[in-house]
Design a protein around this ligand. Structure first.
Ligand SMILES: NC(=O)c1ccc[n+]([C@@H]2O[C@H](COP(=O)([O-])OP(=O)(O)OC[C@H]3O[C@@H](n4cnc5c(N)ncnc54)[C@H](O)[C@@H]3O)[C@@H](O)[C@H]2O)c1
Length: 414
């Protein structure tokens, strides 16, 4: 007789050894005791384990989602059972209810904000300026959120220091490239029950996410085309062996278009005329504005749902355009979405934990602005990760260290 494990976080704990090691290390000393940490992230199992880790380190944790449709009911229910954790989100909330929950959360006056997409950081500044004054600092997890924090810094409105967690090597080299790459393609294939092999996949944006998606699609046997607006990224894609062209040219060749630009209207009216009948469009970027659904609606005479998670737009000339997950993050908001693999979120969330721990306990004395997380913290997480994998690496000998510090290289033979 096999019984079901009723703890929704149990499986994920097994695949998040760095978070487990942090929880074990800090569960007695409780360095975050007395601090209230607000967290906005996709509310599924990995986030649940991060919340547990912050709680184990002593923090009171206020939880919301960074997007309503990625919320998993079982995770919210499990967190509600725990002392010292308050949730401000439920599965099935409308955009309006989700936003109202974020305002209620901010009324609790958090000391620190861990954000994904700059949801809470922007709202506390725009709508709760008195509360923003009392916030010690924040950490931002994703590219789209960093862009918003940069805009706030530029306009001189930021009231507290924010660590750019997204920009640490331990986040974007692994999470954006491998996590988004694998989970986006997995969701495209599972939702559509189609195969990439031998198909043409157009990837818009060759940043960290786009390069992961394109490389992995090619690894599965797809023909890949990349569209870009940055000449260096475009050249990198060329040198990596992808075809590069404008969306205007690529649209007519695509079996799939996957956007990951962090920008808006990447597929818009002018491209719709080019799309093949049956094309599949998906977005891996943070906001649901990369595929212009307005233009699709305007050009369609019917909209149907041929399969769960797929919206089909029937264009007036008879072509059918399939949009996955309503144009929202395909790897997080579709019917089969589980987000990134737990192993990769383990490093990202360890960096989020490090951001809160450093600013709340080490008093780095930062003025308002966007900051890089100290490099030694990034390296520490990398070392912990290698340790959990049972992988040892060499260290520099004293002679090698000295060699790096010399400029004359006296022992060189030429
Ligand atoms: N799905 C996920 O789980 C997940 C994970 C991490 C990041 N993200 C999101 O994915 C998006 C991309 O993140 P990233 O880290 O790759 O950012 P990035 O800045 O490294 O890359 C974005 C790329 O898109 C290009 N671009 C911008 N506008 C374009 C356009 N109109 N056409 C073609 N290319 C264009 C930029 O030149 C850049 O190279 C962001 O919105 C980010 O928040 C999603």
């Amino acid at each position: 007789m096999v019984s079901n494990d009723t703890d929704p976080l149990a499986w994920t704990r097994d695949y998040t050894p760095i978070l487990q090691s942090l929880a074990a290390e800090y569960s007695e000393s409780k360095p975050l005791e007395g601090d209230t940490v607000a967290l906005a992230s996709h509310l599924e199992t990995k986030t649940g384990v991060l919340v547990e880790t912050l709680r184990a380190a002593g923090a009171r944790v206020l939880v919301t989602g960074s997007e309503p449709f990625s919320t998993k009911e079982a995770v919210v229910e499990a967190l509600q059972e725990l002392d010292g954790i308050e949730t401000f989100i439920e599965a099935g909330m409308s955009d309006e209810e989700w936003e109202a929950g974020q305002h209620d959360l901010l009324e609790e006056e958090p000391d620190f904000i861990l954000d994904d997409g700059c949801e809470l950081i922007a709202k506390v500044h725009a709508d709760h300026p008195d509360i923003a004054e009392g916030v010690i600092g924040g950490g931002e997890q994703t590219t789209a959120g960093i862009t918003r924090v940069e805009a706030m810094e530029e306009q001189d409105v930021l009231q507290f220091p924010v660590y750019g967690v997204n920009d640490t090597p331990m986040k974007h080299y692994f999470d954006n490239v491998h996590g988004t790459g694998e989970s986006s393609l997995a969701n495209v294939m599972t939702t559509t029950n189609t195969m990439l092999s031998g198909k043409t996949v157009v990837v818009a944006g060759y940043g960290y996410c786009g390069r992961g998606i394109a490389r992995k699609a090619r690894g599965m046997g797809a023909w890949t085309i990349v569209t870009e607006v940055d000449p260096r990224k475009a050249l990198e894609a060329v040198m990596d062996g992808h075809r590069v062209m404008t969306m205007g040219e690529a649209a007519s060749l695509a079996d799939y278009v996957i956007t990951s630009t962090g920008n808006r209207e990447v597929v818009r009216k002018e491209h719709l005329d080019q799309l093949q009948d049956g094309v599949i469009l998906a977005n891996a970027g943070h906001f649901d504005v990369e595929l212009s659904l307005e233009d699709l609606k305007a050009e369609s005479n019917d909209v149907t749902q041929p399969k769960e998670g797929i919206t089909r737009y029937h264009l007036s000339d008879g072509r059918r355009v399939n949009v996955l997950a309503r144009g929202r993050l395909v790897n997080l908001t579709g019917p089969h979405s589980q987000g990134h693999p737990a192993e990769v979120m383990d490093t990202t969330f360890a960096m989020m934990f490090a951001a809160a721990h450093d600013m709340l306990t080490q008093d780095p004395d930062l003025t308002p602005g966007l900051y890089a997380i100290p490099d030694h913290l990034d390296r520490e997480v990398a070392s912990r990760k290698l340790e959990t994998l049972g992988i040892a690496i060499d260290s520099l000998t004293e002679n090698q260290r000295e060699y790096y510090e010399e400029w004359e290289h006296p022992d060189s033979s030429f």
